[in-house]
Design a protein around this ligand. Structure first.
Ligand code: PHE
Length: 460
């Protein structure tokens, strides 16, 4: 096994895990769901969820991966075989593989938009910027959404890129891509944050982001679900990446860096976008930003083309967002691929091509649900795309996370978990706190939220 299994280099895990975590969840999704859910309270719940649920589960997943050096289904089967329940624990791994499948199928569509937007920005840079087209006031953005073949083409392109990287395997593909592109994306986002400080909407944006008010149970579930989504937790991505870590890396340190970095990236994206949104009058805001799920594509071009060098920065920005999405899609596909390699002994090539094609096919109805097909657009709650996103982030990930927390907290020997967390790290004084959060706080919080949502409770 160890000969065929890839491993990360020294900084490889941090980079790859951060690459998986930081993606469209931070730059596309977090700003728009925070906008829809009224700002401050939603952000607060999300931050608490990152600390008390996300971080402990990230430690749990990573240690499961490193201690077994196996992908999720096999890892749970192996660790669970001596526990009550036996190999049935591997069902958690199966749920993860399925969740990876579902997320990737719709995620690749928005990721594909970044490719389209690179082209769009290049044409603005050379042909002159049209504010109407950028903010969706003319029909071009709607036309793009309603153009089924175009949606599928960009989705296919993005899947092809993902398959391409995953084919090269762990070190040659994943690590190399991440190492170069993450720092550039961070630099550009920081530049935008600094730039937004002088914009007239900055004060209002900060108030919106940090002003705490009442919040409903559905929004709490969404905030917790997003903590899972944005940290790539609850489906075994961190188990899979953890299985490629060597014994010299410290799991607690890596996890802390990834959680902090991911959270800052999400908040930075909000600051940048809200500073633009709150610069315009409320009346105009209702027209221009009415479809919140597209604000990444409708707000940002406007600011870029007012900046010096904007015509260079705009296409570069969407290129970097595309790469951030790519480092996430490769982790999603890697979970599925690693499973077929470990369990079925398929070659990496076969596993990647089969899984990639299947995900692409599953994504087609979602791609058509954004405007091309009224049938797909009215399926479930808000169409196929939204239904898949809702099911995966708000239900499948938290339920997966719940099972991982219970398994690691209650069924794994604490000598094993402690040894793994201290390997490459030294003494871990927070071990008791970690175990308490995992055994008691995470399960109770998740079960309570699900109970509240199912029971229709509102905390407003
Ligand atoms: N964390 C990624 C993002 O925020 C999405 C993701 C979810 C990736 C689950 C892997 C696993 O964009």
């Amino acid at each position: 096994m160890s000969q065929t299994r890839g491993t990360f280099g020294r900084m490889g895990f941090i980079l790859a895990a951060a690459g998986s975590a930081v993606g469209l969840g931070n730059i596309w999704k977090f700003p728009y769901i925070t906008y829809d859910n009224g700002g401050g309270s939603f952000v607060l719940v999300y931050l608490v969820a990152v600390v008390v649920i996300g971080a402990p589960i990230m430690l749990a997943e990573t240690l499961i991966g490193r201690s077994t050096q196996l992908s999720p289904v096999e890892a749970f089967g192996e660790l669970g075989k001596n526990a009550i329940g036996g190999r049935a624990w591997s069902l958690i791994g199966w749920l993860g593989v399925l969740t990876g499948f579902v997320i990737l199928s719709y995620y690749a569509i928005i990721a594909g938009w970044t490719i389209y937007y690179i082209g769009q920005c290049l044409s603005w840079s050379f042909g002159g910027f049209s504010a109407d087209a950028a903010i969706g006031l003319d029909s071009s953005f709607g036309d793009f959404l309603a153009n089924g073949p175009l949606q599928i083409t960009f989705q296919a392109l993005f899947m092809a890129m993902t398959v391409g990287v995953v084919l090269f395997g762990v070190r040659a593909g994943i690590e190399r891509v991440t190492k170069v592109l993450m720092p550039v994306l961070v630099g550009l986002l920081l530049l935008l944050v600094v730039n937004s400080i002088w914009s007239p909407g900055f004060g209002e944006a900060m108030r919106f982001l940090f002003h705490v008010g009442p919040i409903g149970a559905g929004a709490i579930l969404e905030a917790v679900g997003h903590a899972f989504f944005t940290l790539s937790l609850g489906m075994g991505a961190m188990i899979t990446y953890g299985s490629y870590i060597g014994s010299k890396s410290s799991i607690p340190r890596s996890a802390a860096v990834v959680c902090l970095f991911d959270t800052l990236m999400g908040l930075a994206a909000c600051v940048v976008m809200y500073s633009i949104i709150f610069s315009v009058s409320e009346a105009e805001r209702l027209v221009t930003f009415s479809k919140s799920s597209t604000i990444l594509f409708t707000t940002l071009p406007r600011i870029f083309y007012e900046l010096p060098l904007g015509s260079v920065l705009a296409p570069l920005f969407y290129l970097l967002v595309g790469f951030a999405a790519l480092t996430s899609t490769i982790s999603l596909l890697e979970v599925v691929v690693a499973h077929f390699i470990d369990a079925r002994h398929w070659s990496r090539r076969k596993a990647t091509l089969v899984a990639g094609s299947a995900v692409f096919l599953l994504g087609i109805p979602a791609a058509l649900s954004l405007g091309a097909s009224p049938t797909m657009g009215s399926f479930g709650t808000g169409g196929v795309f939204n239904t898949l996103d809702y099911a995966a982030s708000n239900w499948m990930l938290p339920i997966g996370g719940l099972c991982i927390a219970i398994f690691t907290g209650w069924f794994l020997d604490s000598r094993i978990t402690r040894a793994e967390l201290e390997k490459g790290h030294g003494a871990f004084p927070l071990f008791g706190l970690w175990r308490f959060l995992l055994r008691v706080v995470c399960p109770l919080a998740i079960v309570w939220i699900i109970y509240a949502v199912v029971g229709g409770k509102s905390f407003a």
